[in-house]
Design a protein. Structure first.
Length: 594
């Protein structure tokens, strides 16, 4: 077995004589990261995270008192957070003497680290602290009581009550004899155990074989700390300032600690980063990749490397534009809606990855963004080529990271009835307008889901998606398919926290008429088509509704998480008619463009 996969076991005596079982593995020459579990877990909780850190870091994890091979003190008082802090001090003092460590902790394990960080000299021993679903007792209690003292702020007051009520389950866990017995019984039933961890997929659940017994023994952590947290003497002592870089991983679906419970943490943590992820309480199991990436980014920063874009975005109090520290990909950015969308995101602080089939045009867009003080990386891309889009996504992700927002905008126009349109041209419209969106989503949505921290996709459709016209058969078909594809995909991506907006522009003054192919009935080609093209071009120009308005709608939709966004009055009107009077639109479909 390679050296980085060998596990060494140690038994370390804590300040009160408790024996703590610790496990060491990973890169012996790398920086040290200490993983601390909570209730009802053991060090096995981190089995999904360790392989992602093992190559770079020396990893130390240990079983909290009452769990695994660690000893089980009998008095309830032996399970206070002060003793948890002693255990951490003993383990790191023995296995990493004189060397600051990075800490990743969950649940009560995290609460114990907060307790340790109050001690003098803690900043010399802890280089960074990443906390998951385990807030500081002092900070959370102060959040609750400060809100209760402000009934004239209804929202803040209600949130304090809600957070206090969500902790009342601890009262049951504090009942002697009954709570340990029922926990052992309940957690011995696989279905109940799975439900207790938010129904995470079986292959992601990491529990020790004797987890029910561990839970029965270590449940003393609740009576030891719950009432003490709200004691008058503890609140009178005030909330200490923590002089260590702290990163909060906030699980937005946590049933016990709500995201707003961390909203005032910056009052007591001057160097604070916060990442909200769409996950439940047991995110170390459901999102191991997020845990590992967060530790790596924080360690890089501590070592003096440039912070990642994700870490910059997570930094609390850092001034930024609406889309600052965000990477945005826009296809079809050489002109029209794509170009204006790239400009709009750049104005709001985003870094752009722009692509187009026209090399000169996309480079001109990038140059314009750069001249305005923005950052844009230009690529040549045919979105209808699935292999090319996948290669593009792989290259972009490797060179710049996975884009946080993906705008699938590239498309082509086409006019003509179905019987007048050559088969290859009909297929070309579908390949670009629908296939380009599908290819972009296939390559980037998968990466956003795997990253685990959410993201956003914008698919540009058209009001033609719900307004049929016989002379726009191929175009309407491609946009309607894009509309329905987006509806289906939005439902699928919701569980991963990836949003999706379908943009449906109306008559927008772009160069699409000049690039649109017109297929007319036999005998009506030539001058007639050119004349009709010119008429339509003048109509679009007189409309005076530019692509910048679509770009603004895209940015607004991402911020507000709009599922469907018509753009322009006629797009809204037809959207309403498609639902109230669909037969009227079918009758109007008889109109011919050429």
């Amino acid at each position: 077995m390679p050296a980085t996969q060998q596990i060494s076991q140690h038994f370390i005596e804590s300040a009160d004589g408790a024996r703590i079982a610790a496990y060491e593995e990973g890169n012996p020459d790398g920086p040290t990261v200490v993983l601390v579990h909570g209730f009802p877990d053991s060090h096995v909780l981190w089995d999904g995270v360790v392989p992602l850190l093992r190559e770079r870091f020396r990893i130390i994890r240990y079983d909290n008192r009452g769990v695994g091979r660690s000893s089980t003190p009998k008095p309830v008082s032996a399970y206070t957070m002060a003793h948890f802090a002693d255990d951490f001090a003993a383990v790191t003092g023995e296995l990493s003497p004189g060397q600051p460590v990075h800490v990743l902790a969950h649940d009560w394990g995290s609460v114990g680290i907060w307790e340790y960080l109050k001690r003098p000299g803690a900043s010399d021993r802890v280089a960074t602290f990443t906390s998951v679903s385990g807030p500081s007792q002092d900070q959370l209690v102060e959040y609750i009581f400060s809100g209760l003292r402000q009934p004239w702020r209804p929202r803040r007051f209600a949130r304090s009550i809600s957070q206090a009520l969500r902790l009342t389950y601890m009262l049951f866990f504090s009942v002697p004899v009954l709570a340990p017995l029922l926990l052992r019984l309940a957690l011995s039933v696989p279905a109940l155990r799975r439900n207790a961890v938010d129904n995470i997929a079986d292959e992601l659940i990491h529990h020790a074989g004797d987890m029910p017994a561990d839970a029965g023994r270590s449940v003393k952590v609740y009576p030891a700390n719950y009432f003490r947290s709200f004691s008058r003497s503890r609140r009178a002592a005030g909330v200490p300032v923590i002089d260590v870089p702290v990163q909060l991983i906030v699980n937005t679906r946590d049933k016990y600690v709500r995201p707003y419970g961390y909203d005032e943490s910056a009052r007591w943590v001057p160097r604070l980063w916060r990442r909200d992820i769409q996950a439940g309480h047991f995110s170390p199991m459901s999102h191991p990749q997020v845990m590992a990436a967060s530790v790596r980014d924080f360690a890089d920063m501590a070592e003096g490397k440039a912070p990642s874009r994700a870490l910059l975005r997570a930094q609390v109090g850092r001034p930024r534009g609406a889309f600052g520290d965000t990477l945005v990909s826009v296809t079809g950015a050489g002109s029209g809606i794509g170009r204006e969308t790239a400009f709009a995101f750049a104005r709001e602080g985003a870094e752009l990855v722009i692509s187009d089939i026209d090399e000169a045009a996309v480079k001109a867009t990038a140059a314009e963004i750069a001249s305005r003080g923005g950052v844009a990386h230009a690529y040549v891309l045919d979105v209808s080529d699935g292999d090319a889009v996948e290669a593009f996504a792989e290259r972009v992700s490797g060179e710049h990271g996975v884009p946080d927002i993906v705008v699938n905008n590239a498309g082509i126009g086409h006019a003509g009835g179905f019987l007048d349109t050559p088969a290859e041209q009909f297929e070309r419209v579908l390949d670009v307008n629908l296939g380009g969106v599908v290819n972009g989503c296939r390559s980037f949505a998968r990466r956003l889901v795997e990253r685990g921290t959410g993201g956003y996709i914008v698919n540009v459709s058209s009001m033609a998606a719900y307004a049929p016209l016989q002379s726009l058969n191929a175009y309407c078909t491609s946009k309607a398919a894009t509309y329905m594809f987006s509806d289906c995909l939005r439902a699928e991506l919701d569980a991963a926290g990836v949003g999706l907006t379908t943009i449906c522009p109306g008559v927008i003054d772009t160069n699409i008429i000049n690039t649109t192919r017109f297929d007319a009935p036999a005998g009506k080609q030539g001058d007639a088509v050119d004349g009709r093209r010119g008429q339509l071009g003048k109509m679009f120009a007189l409309r005076h509704y530019g692509p910048d308005k679509v770009a603004n709608a895209i940015l607004s939709s991402v911020q507000k998480k709009k599922p469907i966004r018509p753009v322009a009055p006629e797009a809204y009107a037809l959207y309403g008619l498609s639902r109230l009077a669909p037969q009227g639109l079918r009758n109007a479909a008889r109109m011919r463009v050429i």
